[in-house]
Every structure is written in structure tokens, then in C-alpha cells.
Design a protein around this ligand. Structure first.
Ligand SMILES: [Zn+2]
Ligand SMILES: [Zn+2]
Length: 255
């Protein structure tokens, strides 16, 4: 199994996972041409995608999905709640599939295990993707961890984990009070220490890769995210990857 990012953050997200000849994309927050360009950077053609999974209806995750999926005839999978929230955008498309936030399903060689997360969307989920040998856990866009989140991510071989903000930087920022409250709230985004704390409550003994993701440009720095996660894992900060808004991150292989 290998995985890579097209970009990560509030301006757009996209993650690709490939194993056993099946390649899927999780979320697409970029325009049609931009997405094709970012896929090409990873050596992928749009036609090589077997599906697009959607985590929730916020524009940085679903904004690019309808046009890109329609253009290239790619099936889309989203929770029933997400589909309800974006109903108009997918109405004209044939291959749109709904699932419940606890349904396990397969796309080609990949097993898709969604799990619900607290976030201010209709039925937001994140995913564990497995191919029989390896498990990749993907977790962004949640305000707080839950036992279900930790149970889902425990024992994964690779993690892409939200480190949205540093609490002090957010508190000192010039964001309006209501926005600060939303971001730091239970249905907002995970801060560095909360992500680090999550790592201490799950089995990380198999981890081959960990990448901090969905970093705020204004209220976080790659170094702060790295050092928080490294402290929790008792490893060198340089071992922690950081997904960038523009470049995402290159292929990471599980072996
Ligand atoms: Zn987001
Ligand atoms: Zn969101």
C-alpha cells in the first residue's frame, strides 16, 4: 500500500491511496484542472481513480468533487448525511453511493472503514483504509477525539493526523472571537496537543509513517506540530511528516 497527498489545509484537501491495483482519492477541494495537475505530480491520471470518498460537505473537502467526478466518470461515495447536505451538486450524477457512518465496504482491493467524528457537518466521517496487509488511518476535521476514533485508529501502520492549530497562536490571532470559538470547540478542529494526546491513548507500535495534516497557515507551524507529535511518540521530530497546503506530500509506501 502507498499513499500521498494532493494538498492539505483549509484551502483544499485530497489524499490518494493505492494498493492491489486499486487507487482511490479521499476528498477533493481543488478545481478540475488543478486536481489533474496535482495528480500528475504524483504520476497519476484521473482515469486511474476507482472512486472518490468524501469525508464531509465543507468546501475544502467536497468543493471539487462533483465537477471532477462528472468529468472523468469517477464513482463518488459519501455518507447519507453528506449527500443530503450537498444534494443539488450530485443530483445529475449516476454513480453516487451513500453509506452510513459505521458501514464497512470494499472498493476493488481496498476495505473502507468509516467512523464518525465530532465536526460541524451533517454526518462527517474519517476513514481507515485496509488492503489485508496494511491499515492507513486518516483523521482530520474533528474538534475532539472520541473512544470510537481511538478504537478505529489503534494499531494502524500509518496515520495522517490533524494538527490544525497551536492553542496559543489561535488565542493570540486576529480571528474574530466567534471563529476562534468554533475552531477550538468540540465540533471544530484538533489542536497539536490534542493530537499528541490521542497518540498516547492508541497502539502506535506498528506505525511506519505519521503525517501531520490540515495545519492552519495562520495559527500553526510545521515545527510546532512536529514537536508535539514527536513528544507523544518519543521519536525524533524529523520523523514526523507534515502535509502542505500547496504540495501535500509525496508517496509513502508501507512495506
Ligand atoms: Zn477541512
Ligand atoms: Zn471541515
Amino acid at each position: 500500500m502507498r499513499f500521498a497527498s494532493l494538498g492539505s489545509g483549509s484551502e483544499g484537501n485530497g489524499l490518494v491511496v493505492e494498493a492491489g491495483g486499486t487507487c482511490i482519492m479521499i476528498d477533493c477541494g481543488f478545481g478540475v484542472r488543478e486536481t489533474a495537475m496535482r495528480l500528475a505530480r504524483l504520476g497519476l491520471l484521473p482515469d486511474s481513480l476507482a472512486a472518490i470518498l468524501v469525508t464531509h460537505e465543507h468546501a475544502d473537502h467536497v468543493g471539487g468533487v462533483p465537477a471532477f467526478a462528472a468529468r472523468h466518470g469517477i464513482p463518488v461515495w459519501a455518507t447519507f448525511g453528506t449527500l443530503m447536505a450537498v444534494a443539488g451538486h450530485f443530483a445529475a450524477m449516476d454513480h453516487v453511493f451513500g453509506f452510513d457512518s459505521h458501514d464497512v465496504f470494499a472498493i476493488g482491493a481496498l476495505e473502507i472503514r468509516p467512523f464518525p467524528v465530532p465536526h460541524d457537518a451533517r454526518e462527517p466521517v474519517q476513514f481507515v483504509i485496509a488492503d489485508g496487509a496494511w491499515r492507513l488511518g486518516v483523521l482530520t476535521d474533528l474538534g475532539a477525539s472520541t473512544r470510537c476514533v481511538e478504537w478505529s485508529l489503534s494499531g494502524c501502520d500509518a496515520l495522517v493526523l490533524e494538527c490544525n492549530h497551536d492553542l496559543d497562536l489561535l488565542a493570540d490571532s486576529d480571528y474574530p472571537y466567534a471563529l476562534k470559538k468554533r475552531i477550538a470547540g468540540r465540533f471544530g478542529h484538533l489542536h497539536n496537543e490534542a493530537s499528541a494526546d490521542l497518540l498516547t491513548r492508541i497502539d502506535t507500535s506498528k506505525l511506519q509513517h505519521i503525517v501531520a495534516a490540515h495545519l492552519s497557515k495562520q495559527n500553526n507551524t510545521p515545527d510546532k506540530a512536529r514537536s508535539a507529535l514527536a513528544a507523544a511518540l518519543v521519536c525524533a521530530p524529523a520523523w514526523i511528516g507534515v502535509a502542505e497546503q500547496d504540495m501535500g506530500f509525496g508517496w509513502r509506501q508501507l512495506i
